[in-house]
Design a protein around this ligand. Structure first.
Ligand SMILES: O=C(O)CCC(=O)C(=O)O
Length: 262
């Protein structure tokens, strides 16, 4: 979805854009706001990310398949900038779907390096009622922020929109169904904002370029939704300095706890 210049200048979605974005997430599984973060801020994020990432991978094994890393982010600048954690174009969509009582309980990244492979097609969320076929409204939304342009050659995310978030197959059934269901690579410029229902099927693809392809990943859920993610470590003084809205979003995290990679 291309936002208007007025929406970008005012950092405010027009009512009809917000309604369309919410509908896209609910019906199609995701919405993409293209290239909304300022390039200099994306550059700052990228530089900071590569520094933390390179230190991390020097002492850690891959954890998402060959040459592919999931890495928690430290809750420090520039990662915890309001333009990331309480983005004014994203929060209205979160509020409309998960209510203003939503929480953010995952602050991390996915990075395929050159030589990475296809992942299994998967959903990030387990069904709430796996013993039934019950389809429930969204309860967990992922915010992805590409820190480089996602191109065909550098391992873009591949997605299965159009209703896979409304099904409850097992991981094995997803493998059989995935080739039959329409899907495409999510090519997007650095600094775009993708809000997706965590249940929508997707996978990482091989990075055939010669550079890392970092993707920030935050998860917003209903306040009652539990995950197995480690709680986000937020130093007390950092938490105290957050806006009231950010405090509310991160209220269930490890306030005073240890930063990732500190
Ligand atoms: O390539 C990505 O950004 C997403 C990877 C992914 O879906 C995962 O590791 O679970």
């Amino acid at each position: 979805m291309k936002l208007t210049q007025t929406e970008l200048d005012t950092q405010t979605l027009a009512p009809e854009t917000l309604a369309a974005a919410v509908r896209e997430v609910e019906v199609n599984g995701y919405v993409l706001f293209e290239k909304v973060l300022p390039p200099d801020f994306v550059q700052e994020l990228h530089t900071a990310f590569m520094s933390v990432f390179n230190t991390h991978i020097a002492k850690t094994d891959t954890n998402r398949g060959t040459n592919r890393y999931q890495m928690h982010l430290p809750f420090t600048a520039p990662f915890n900038d309001p333009r990331i954690i309480t983005n004014p174009l994203v929060l209205p969509v979160i509020d409309a779907i998960l209510s203003k009582d939503a929480i953010c309980n995952y602050f991390a990244s996915d990075t395929p390096l050159p030589g990475s492979d296809y992942q299994q097609v998967h959903s990030d969320m387990t069904p709430l009622f796996p013993e039934t076929d019950l389809v429930v409204p969204p309860y967990a939304l992922v915010l992805n922020i590409p820190l480089v342009d996602f191109r065909e050659d550098n391992g873009p995310l591949e997605i299965w929109p159009g209703g896979t978030h409304l099904q409850t197959p097992t991981r094995e059934q997803i493998q059989k169904l995935a080739p039959l269901v329409p899907h495409h690579t999510a090519l997007m410029p650095a600094g775009s904002l993708m809000i997706r229902d965590g249940r929508m099927w997707h996978r990482g693809t091989p990075n055939r370029s010669n550079e890392a392809r970092p993707n920030m990943a935050l998860v917003y859920t209903y306040h009652w939704f539990g995950t197995s993610y480690p709680r986000i470590g937020i130093p007390k003084e950092t938490y105290e300095g957050l806006s009231d809205r950010a405090k509310h979003l991160f209220r269930k995290e490890d306030i005073g706890g240890v930063l990732a990679h500190s």
